[in-house]
Design a protein around this ligand. Structure first.
Ligand SMILES: [Ca+2]
Ligand SMILES: [Ca+2]
Length: 336
């Protein structure tokens, strides 16, 4: 806040416009007012101010206005601003993590946001993946987040993330880590989105698209295609927890070769998985369950879903170790 006020006063002295909100002077530096290309017009600037300063202060959320991958200069002051005063996706996530309530982040339509700040193994969204500790929703407007192979895209650490109308690609965490696009120990909901080209490698690496680590995962009206994992769950790995898919396409995801189970989706331990009105097609596993793989203690309930053209040496479409696995009410016996 202090930074903002200082910058504001500087702007005032330089001839910028100012306004007052709750006794705090918020000024528009002249340099920003005159930057027509990126800020639009004076009213564009104030739109941005309303979105990212007042919006942040009042709880209205943040509108991302730069494709730069840049950190917030002062996380926790409620103002989404990198060093150049712009609100990046990373800065918005950092601010959202400091808020108690839910925060809405809106992306520019049809725009690619590429993560460029290396540094995996960091959990405050400052480097590498975008860590979600608070509660936030991202309205993608058909935008795209490309993790650029530096790390996974999103890491939900006990928080809640709702993602809508977003493509997530290029996620690759360090070797041996799970969750290429998303890793979640919290609550993750993905709607009207596409996950493709996310890859996890190395021993134990599972969930090329999504790794639900004992959390709650809901995916609706979305497609996961061409994601890959070394261990299991080319599309999705459910490590226990609760996983619900509705109107989801799992296509051409793959696992291999250690051990290489569950090309489309794999559940480990006593997880609950429901798959409704979906398509599981053309996924590949190096060993078992090209489409869906259920554990000895897992409960997998599949309804009104087409499972076709998947491939694996054992159980090309589905593989059941011995848990409760039903397809349209019919029990799937343990695969031998
Ligand atoms: Ca800030
Ligand atoms: Ca991180």
């Amino acid at each position: 806040m202090r930074t903002s006020v200082t910058r504001g006063l500087a702007g005032l002295l330089a001839g910028g416009l100012a306004m007052t909100m709750s006794g705090t002077a918020i000024a528009a530096p002249a340099s920003q007012l005159s930057t027509a290309t990126n800020t639009g017009t004076t009213s564009g600037f104030f739109d941005r101010l309303l979105d990212n300063t007042l919006g942040g202060l009042l709880g209205g959320g943040y509108r991302v206005n730069t494709t730069s991958d840049s950190a917030d200069v002062r996380p926790g002051d409620r103002i989404c601003a990198d060093a150049s005063g712009r609100c990046s996706l990373r800065a918005a996530v950092q601010e959202a993590n400091h808020r108690k309530g839910a925060t809405k982040i809106t992306l520019r339509a049809h725009t690619t946001y590429r993560l460029t700040i290396a540094g995996p193994g960091e959990d405050a969204a400052a480097t590498g993946d975008l860590d979600v500790i608070g509660r936030l929703s991202i309205r993608g407007n058909d935008a795209r987040v490309d993790a650029g192979g530096l790390d996974r895209a999103f890491d939900v650490i006990g928080g809640r993330l709702d993602v809508d109308d977003l493509t997530v690609t290029g996620g690759t965490p360090p070797e041996g880590e799970s969750g290429g696009g998303f890793r979640s120990t919290g609550t993750l909901k993905i709607t009207d989105s596409v996950l493709h080209g996310n890859v996890v490698t190395g021993t134990g690496a599972s969930g090329g698209g999504v790794f639900n680590d004992q959390g709650v995962l809901k995916i609706e009206r979305s497609t996961l295609h061409d994601n890959a994992a070394t261990r299991a769950g080319g599309g999705i790995e459910a490590n226990a927890g609760d996983t619900r898919l509705k109107t989801v396409t799992l296509r051409a995801n793959r696992t291999g070769a250690a051990p290489g189970n569950g090309g489309g989706l794999h559940v480990t331990g006593a997880g609950t998985v429901t798959v409704h009105r979906s398509l599981v097609e053309g996924n590949t596993a190096a060993a078992e369950g090209g489409g869906l793989w259920n554990s000895a203690t897992g409960t997998m309930t599949v309804t009104s879903t087409r499972i076709t053209d998947n491939s694996a040496p054992k159980g090309p479409d589905v593989f059941n170790v011995g848990g409760t696995f039903t397809i349209d009410g019919e029990a799937v016996p343990p695969t031998t």
